[in-house]
Design a protein around this ligand. Sequence first.
Ligand SMILES: *[C@@H]1O[C@H](CO)[C@@H](O)[C@H](O)[C@H]1NC(C)=O
Ligand SMILES: *[C@@H]1O[C@H](CO)[C@@H](O)[C@H](O)[C@H]1NC(C)=O
Ligand SMILES: *[C@@H]1O[C@H](CO)[C@@H](O)[C@H](O)[C@H]1NC(C)=O
Ligand SMILES: [Zn+2]
Length: 308
Amino acid sequence: MEGYGGSVKLICFGLYVLLLVFASIQLPRAHGWSKEGHIMTCRIAQGLLEAEAAEAVQNILPHYVDGDLSALCVWPDQIRHWYRYRWTSPLHFIDTPDDACSFDYSRDCHDAHGKQNMCVAGAVQNFTSQLSHYREGTSDRRYNMTEALLFLSHFMGDLHQPMHVGFTSDEGGNTIDLRWFRHKSNLHHVWDREIILTALNDYYDKDVDLLLQDIEGNFTDGMWSDDVTSWKHCDDLLACINKYAVESIKLACKWGYKGVEAGETLSDDYFNSRMPIVMKRIAQGGVRLAMILNQVFSDTQEGFALPT
Ligand SMILES: *[C@@H]1O[C@H](CO)[C@@H](O)[C@H](O)[C@H]1NC(C)=O
Ligand SMILES: *[C@@H]1O[C@H](CO)[C@@H](O)[C@H](O)[C@H]1NC(C)=O
Ligand SMILES: *[C@@H]1O[C@H](CO)[C@@H](O)[C@H](O)[C@H]1NC(C)=O
Ligand SMILES: [Zn+2]
Protein backbone atom coordinates (compact mmCIF):
# COMPACT_ATOMS: atom_id res chain seq x y z
CA MET A 1 0.00 0.00 0.00
CA GLU A 2 2.93 2.24 0.80
CA GLY A 3 4.21 2.00 -2.78
CA TYR A 4 0.74 2.49 -4.20
CA GLY A 5 0.18 5.66 -2.16
CA GLY A 6 3.59 6.90 -3.29
CA SER A 7 2.78 6.45 -6.93
CA VAL A 8 -0.60 8.16 -6.52
CA LYS A 9 1.24 11.13 -5.04
CA LEU A 10 3.67 11.03 -7.90
CA ILE A 11 0.85 10.99 -10.45
CA CYS A 12 -0.88 13.89 -8.68
CA PHE A 13 2.34 15.83 -8.64
CA GLY A 14 2.82 15.08 -12.34
CA LEU A 15 -0.66 16.32 -13.18
CA TYR A 16 -0.05 19.42 -11.12
CA VAL A 17 3.16 20.15 -13.03
CA LEU A 18 1.37 19.61 -16.33
CA LEU A 19 -1.34 22.02 -15.22
CA LEU A 20 1.27 24.66 -14.40
CA VAL A 21 2.92 24.14 -17.77
CA PHE A 22 -0.38 24.58 -19.62
CA ALA A 23 -1.36 27.59 -17.54
CA SER A 24 1.92 29.28 -18.34
CA ILE A 25 1.66 28.84 -22.11
CA GLN A 26 0.33 32.16 -23.20
CA LEU A 27 -1.49 32.55 -26.43
CA PRO A 28 1.14 34.07 -28.66
CA ARG A 29 0.33 37.32 -30.36
CA ALA A 30 -0.83 36.24 -33.78
CA HIS A 31 1.25 37.40 -36.69
CA GLY A 32 1.00 37.02 -40.39
CA TRP A 33 -1.52 35.82 -42.78
CA SER A 34 -2.85 32.54 -41.61
CA LYS A 35 -1.39 29.40 -43.04
CA GLU A 36 -3.83 29.74 -45.96
CA GLY A 37 -2.82 33.33 -46.71
CA HIS A 38 0.89 32.52 -46.74
CA ILE A 39 0.39 29.40 -48.82
CA MET A 40 -1.56 31.35 -51.45
CA THR A 41 1.00 34.18 -51.56
CA CYS A 42 3.80 31.69 -52.15
CA ARG A 43 1.91 29.61 -54.71
CA ILE A 44 1.09 32.75 -56.70
CA ALA A 45 4.73 33.80 -56.60
CA GLN A 46 6.07 30.41 -57.58
CA GLY A 47 3.71 30.30 -60.56
CA LEU A 48 5.22 33.55 -61.85
CA LEU A 49 8.90 32.64 -61.62
CA GLU A 50 11.10 32.83 -64.67
CA ALA A 51 13.30 29.84 -65.48
CA GLU A 52 16.42 30.99 -63.60
CA ALA A 53 14.56 31.92 -60.45
CA ALA A 54 12.50 28.72 -60.57
CA GLU A 55 15.68 26.69 -60.75
CA ALA A 56 17.37 28.60 -57.92
CA VAL A 57 14.31 28.18 -55.69
CA GLN A 58 14.21 24.48 -56.45
CA ASN A 59 17.89 24.15 -55.53
CA ILE A 60 17.62 26.18 -52.33
CA LEU A 61 14.55 24.38 -50.94
CA PRO A 62 15.12 21.22 -48.91
CA HIS A 63 14.55 18.10 -51.00
CA TYR A 64 11.66 16.82 -48.93
CA VAL A 65 9.30 19.58 -50.13
CA ASP A 66 9.81 18.49 -53.71
CA GLY A 67 10.22 22.01 -55.07
CA ASP A 68 7.09 23.40 -53.39
CA LEU A 69 7.90 26.77 -51.80
CA SER A 70 4.45 27.10 -50.25
CA ALA A 71 5.09 24.02 -48.11
CA LEU A 72 7.56 26.03 -46.01
CA CYS A 73 6.16 29.55 -46.22
CA VAL A 74 4.61 29.23 -42.79
CA TRP A 75 7.88 28.01 -41.23
CA PRO A 76 8.88 31.46 -39.86
CA ASP A 77 5.67 31.53 -37.79
CA GLN A 78 6.41 28.08 -36.40
CA ILE A 79 9.91 28.89 -35.18
CA ARG A 80 9.52 32.43 -33.99
CA HIS A 81 9.15 31.41 -30.36
CA TRP A 82 12.08 29.01 -30.36
CA TYR A 83 15.02 30.34 -28.40
CA ARG A 84 17.35 30.22 -31.40
CA TYR A 85 14.99 32.30 -33.51
CA ARG A 86 13.73 34.76 -30.91
CA TRP A 87 15.44 37.55 -32.87
CA THR A 88 12.98 36.98 -35.72
CA SER A 89 9.93 37.74 -33.64
CA PRO A 90 9.80 41.53 -34.26
CA LEU A 91 10.34 40.94 -37.99
CA HIS A 92 6.73 39.98 -38.70
CA PHE A 93 5.19 43.43 -38.31
CA ILE A 94 5.54 47.18 -37.87
CA ASP A 95 4.07 49.19 -35.03
CA THR A 96 3.23 52.72 -36.13
CA PRO A 97 2.08 55.60 -33.89
CA ASP A 98 -1.59 55.31 -32.95
CA ASP A 99 -3.91 57.05 -35.40
CA ALA A 100 -1.08 58.55 -37.47
CA CYS A 101 -1.98 56.29 -40.42
CA SER A 102 1.49 56.71 -41.85
CA PHE A 103 4.74 54.77 -42.01
CA ASP A 104 8.15 56.35 -41.69
CA TYR A 105 11.03 53.87 -41.89
CA SER A 106 13.41 55.68 -39.57
CA ARG A 107 10.67 56.45 -37.06
CA ASP A 108 8.86 53.09 -37.09
CA CYS A 109 11.17 50.29 -38.23
CA HIS A 110 12.63 49.10 -34.94
CA ASP A 111 11.85 46.52 -32.27
CA ALA A 112 10.41 47.28 -28.84
CA HIS A 113 13.91 48.12 -27.56
CA GLY A 114 14.50 50.64 -30.33
CA LYS A 115 16.87 48.49 -32.38
CA GLN A 116 16.76 49.88 -35.92
CA ASN A 117 15.69 47.81 -38.96
CA MET A 118 14.01 45.18 -36.79
CA CYS A 119 10.61 45.22 -38.47
CA VAL A 120 9.04 43.51 -41.46
CA ALA A 121 10.26 46.19 -43.90
CA GLY A 122 13.85 45.81 -42.65
CA ALA A 123 13.55 42.04 -42.84
CA VAL A 124 12.42 42.05 -46.48
CA GLN A 125 15.46 44.17 -47.33
CA ASN A 126 17.79 42.02 -45.29
CA PHE A 127 16.78 38.69 -46.79
CA THR A 128 16.59 40.06 -50.32
CA SER A 129 20.12 41.31 -49.99
CA GLN A 130 21.26 37.95 -48.55
CA LEU A 131 19.66 36.08 -51.46
CA SER A 132 21.33 38.39 -53.95
CA HIS A 133 24.64 36.76 -52.96
CA TYR A 134 23.37 33.35 -54.07
CA ARG A 135 24.61 33.81 -57.60
CA GLU A 136 28.14 34.50 -56.38
CA GLY A 137 28.63 30.78 -55.85
CA THR A 138 28.96 28.31 -53.06
CA SER A 139 32.39 29.02 -51.60
CA ASP A 140 31.82 32.09 -49.46
CA ARG A 141 28.31 31.97 -48.10
CA ARG A 142 27.83 33.94 -44.97
CA TYR A 143 24.15 33.25 -44.86
CA ASN A 144 21.87 30.26 -44.97
CA MET A 145 20.13 30.61 -48.34
CA THR A 146 17.27 28.29 -47.37
CA GLU A 147 16.41 30.39 -44.37
CA ALA A 148 16.77 33.62 -46.35
CA LEU A 149 14.33 32.34 -49.01
CA LEU A 150 11.77 31.19 -46.47
CA PHE A 151 12.00 34.40 -44.45
CA LEU A 152 11.70 36.61 -47.52
CA SER A 153 8.72 34.64 -48.84
CA HIS A 154 6.95 34.76 -45.50
CA PHE A 155 7.67 38.41 -44.73
CA MET A 156 6.49 39.60 -48.15
CA GLY A 157 3.14 38.08 -47.16
CA ASP A 158 3.14 39.73 -43.74
CA LEU A 159 4.09 43.12 -45.19
CA HIS A 160 0.95 42.99 -47.34
CA GLN A 161 -1.41 42.06 -44.50
CA PRO A 162 -2.74 45.53 -43.64
CA MET A 163 -3.02 44.92 -39.89
CA HIS A 164 0.67 43.97 -39.78
CA VAL A 165 1.39 47.63 -40.19
CA GLY A 166 -0.96 48.73 -37.44
CA PHE A 167 -1.09 50.85 -34.33
CA THR A 168 1.29 50.33 -31.44
CA SER A 169 -1.01 50.38 -28.41
CA ASP A 170 -3.42 47.74 -29.73
CA GLU A 171 -0.64 45.59 -31.24
CA GLY A 172 -2.02 45.76 -34.75
CA GLY A 173 -5.55 44.98 -33.56
CA ASN A 174 -4.52 41.98 -31.45
CA THR A 175 -5.91 43.52 -28.27
CA ILE A 176 -9.21 44.55 -29.89
CA ASP A 177 -11.40 41.65 -28.84
CA LEU A 178 -14.65 41.21 -30.71
CA ARG A 179 -16.86 38.59 -32.27
CA TRP A 180 -16.65 37.31 -35.80
CA PHE A 181 -20.18 36.20 -36.58
CA ARG A 182 -20.87 33.87 -33.63
CA HIS A 183 -17.40 33.22 -32.20
CA LYS A 184 -14.79 35.18 -30.27
CA SER A 185 -11.92 36.68 -32.17
CA ASN A 186 -9.89 39.87 -32.40
CA LEU A 187 -9.42 42.45 -35.11
CA HIS A 188 -5.94 41.29 -36.06
CA HIS A 189 -7.08 37.70 -36.43
CA VAL A 190 -10.06 38.76 -38.53
CA TRP A 191 -7.55 40.00 -41.11
CA ASP A 192 -5.04 37.16 -40.69
CA ARG A 193 -7.53 34.40 -41.05
CA GLU A 194 -11.26 34.86 -40.40
CA ILE A 195 -12.03 36.65 -43.67
CA ILE A 196 -10.14 34.03 -45.67
CA LEU A 197 -11.85 31.13 -43.87
CA THR A 198 -15.30 32.67 -44.26
CA ALA A 199 -14.64 33.23 -47.98
CA LEU A 200 -13.45 29.63 -48.38
CA ASN A 201 -16.50 28.39 -46.58
CA ASP A 202 -19.10 30.55 -48.33
CA TYR A 203 -17.79 30.60 -51.89
CA TYR A 204 -15.06 28.03 -52.51
CA ASP A 205 -16.31 24.79 -51.00
CA LYS A 206 -13.49 25.06 -48.38
CA ASP A 207 -10.97 24.42 -51.13
CA VAL A 208 -7.87 26.67 -51.10
CA ASP A 209 -7.03 25.60 -54.66
CA LEU A 210 -10.36 26.92 -55.97
CA LEU A 211 -9.83 30.25 -54.24
CA LEU A 212 -6.30 30.42 -55.57
CA GLN A 213 -7.50 29.79 -59.13
CA ASP A 214 -10.02 32.59 -58.76
CA ILE A 215 -7.35 35.03 -57.50
CA GLU A 216 -4.98 34.03 -60.30
CA GLY A 217 -7.75 34.35 -62.88
CA ASN A 218 -8.47 37.85 -61.62
CA PHE A 219 -4.96 39.09 -62.22
CA THR A 220 -4.34 37.22 -65.48
CA ASP A 221 -7.59 38.11 -67.36
CA GLY A 222 -9.93 39.51 -64.74
CA MET A 223 -10.44 42.73 -62.85
CA TRP A 224 -6.81 43.23 -61.83
CA SER A 225 -5.18 42.34 -65.14
CA ASP A 226 -4.47 45.98 -66.01
CA ASP A 227 -2.95 46.62 -62.58
CA VAL A 228 -0.33 43.91 -62.41
CA THR A 229 2.28 45.88 -64.30
CA SER A 230 2.07 48.72 -61.84
CA TRP A 231 1.98 46.34 -58.85
CA LYS A 232 5.29 44.86 -59.81
CA HIS A 233 6.98 47.96 -61.11
CA CYS A 234 10.06 48.66 -59.01
CA ASP A 235 13.20 50.70 -59.70
CA ASP A 236 14.53 50.95 -56.18
CA LEU A 237 13.80 48.12 -53.81
CA LEU A 238 13.93 50.18 -50.62
CA ALA A 239 11.44 52.68 -52.00
CA CYS A 240 9.18 49.81 -53.10
CA ILE A 241 9.22 48.15 -49.69
CA ASN A 242 8.34 51.46 -48.08
CA LYS A 243 5.48 51.87 -50.53
CA TYR A 244 4.08 48.43 -49.64
CA ALA A 245 4.19 49.30 -45.94
CA VAL A 246 2.47 52.63 -46.57
CA GLU A 247 -0.26 50.86 -48.56
CA SER A 248 -0.80 48.49 -45.63
CA ILE A 249 -1.16 51.13 -42.93
CA LYS A 250 -3.46 53.18 -45.15
CA LEU A 251 -5.67 50.13 -45.71
CA ALA A 252 -5.53 49.29 -42.01
CA CYS A 253 -6.88 52.76 -41.20
CA LYS A 254 -9.44 52.95 -43.96
CA TRP A 255 -10.79 49.39 -43.82
CA GLY A 256 -9.33 47.60 -40.79
CA TYR A 257 -9.84 49.91 -37.83
CA LYS A 258 -12.50 52.18 -39.30
CA GLY A 259 -15.73 52.07 -37.35
CA VAL A 260 -14.69 49.03 -35.31
CA GLU A 261 -15.29 49.05 -31.55
CA ALA A 262 -13.93 46.46 -29.14
CA GLY A 263 -16.67 44.09 -28.01
CA GLU A 264 -18.83 44.42 -31.10
CA THR A 265 -19.83 41.73 -33.57
CA LEU A 266 -18.47 41.91 -37.10
CA SER A 267 -20.45 40.02 -39.71
CA ASP A 268 -21.79 40.28 -43.28
CA ASP A 269 -21.23 43.99 -43.88
CA TYR A 270 -17.65 43.90 -42.69
CA PHE A 271 -16.93 40.62 -44.47
CA ASN A 272 -18.39 41.67 -47.84
CA SER A 273 -16.61 45.00 -47.94
CA ARG A 274 -13.21 43.70 -46.72
CA MET A 275 -12.91 40.40 -48.53
CA PRO A 276 -11.92 42.05 -51.86
CA ILE A 277 -9.12 43.92 -50.08
CA VAL A 278 -7.74 40.81 -48.44
CA MET A 279 -7.75 38.98 -51.79
CA LYS A 280 -6.04 41.86 -53.54
CA ARG A 281 -3.30 42.04 -50.90
CA ILE A 282 -2.64 38.31 -51.23
CA ALA A 283 -2.39 38.74 -55.02
CA GLN A 284 -0.09 41.75 -54.71
CA GLY A 285 2.14 40.01 -52.18
CA GLY A 286 2.52 37.03 -54.52
CA VAL A 287 3.15 39.09 -57.66
CA ARG A 288 5.74 41.22 -55.89
CA LEU A 289 7.48 38.28 -54.24
CA ALA A 290 7.88 36.80 -57.72
CA MET A 291 9.24 40.13 -58.98
CA ILE A 292 11.90 40.17 -56.24
CA LEU A 293 12.88 36.53 -56.74
CA ASN A 294 13.06 36.96 -60.52
CA GLN A 295 15.28 39.94 -60.00
CA VAL A 296 17.71 38.51 -57.43
CA PHE A 297 18.19 35.27 -59.33
CA SER A 298 18.41 36.74 -62.81
CA ASP A 299 21.57 36.62 -64.93
CA THR A 300 21.11 40.15 -66.10
CA GLN A 301 21.33 42.35 -63.05
CA GLU A 302 19.11 45.07 -64.34
CA GLY A 303 15.83 46.08 -62.74
CA PHE A 304 15.68 47.54 -59.27
CA ALA A 305 18.65 48.83 -57.32
CA LEU A 306 19.52 46.38 -54.57
CA PRO A 307 20.66 47.21 -51.07
CA THR A 308 24.12 45.81 -50.36
C1 LIG B 1 19.25 39.94 -40.98
O1 LIG B 1 19.55 38.56 -40.91
C2 LIG B 1 20.55 38.20 -39.97
C3 LIG B 1 20.74 36.70 -39.99
O2 LIG B 1 20.90 36.18 -41.24
C4 LIG B 1 20.12 38.65 -38.58
O3 LIG B 1 21.16 38.42 -37.67
C5 LIG B 1 19.72 40.12 -38.57
O4 LIG B 1 19.20 40.45 -37.30
C6 LIG B 1 18.68 40.35 -39.62
N1 LIG B 1 18.24 41.75 -39.62
C7 LIG B 1 17.03 42.10 -40.05
C8 LIG B 1 16.70 43.55 -40.01
O5 LIG B 1 16.23 41.30 -40.50
C1 LIG C 1 20.00 26.17 -43.23
O1 LIG C 1 18.83 26.28 -42.46
C2 LIG C 1 17.99 25.14 -42.49
C3 LIG C 1 16.71 25.47 -41.76
O2 LIG C 1 16.97 25.99 -40.50
C4 LIG C 1 18.74 23.96 -41.90
O3 LIG C 1 17.92 22.80 -41.93
C5 LIG C 1 20.00 23.73 -42.71
O4 LIG C 1 20.76 22.70 -42.12
C6 LIG C 1 20.84 25.01 -42.78
N1 LIG C 1 21.93 24.80 -43.71
C7 LIG C 1 23.19 25.06 -43.42
C8 LIG C 1 24.19 24.84 -44.51
O5 LIG C 1 23.52 25.47 -42.31
C1 LIG D 1 -12.57 37.66 -58.89
O1 LIG D 1 -13.35 38.51 -59.70
C2 LIG D 1 -14.75 38.24 -59.63
C3 LIG D 1 -15.46 39.06 -60.68
O2 LIG D 1 -15.05 40.39 -60.65
C4 LIG D 1 -15.24 38.49 -58.21
O3 LIG D 1 -16.62 38.22 -58.09
C5 LIG D 1 -14.46 37.57 -57.29
O4 LIG D 1 -14.84 37.82 -55.93
C6 LIG D 1 -12.98 37.79 -57.43
N1 LIG D 1 -12.29 36.78 -56.62
C7 LIG D 1 -11.35 37.08 -55.77
C8 LIG D 1 -10.80 35.96 -54.98
O5 LIG D 1 -10.92 38.20 -55.60
ZN1 LIG E 1 4.43 36.18 -39.85
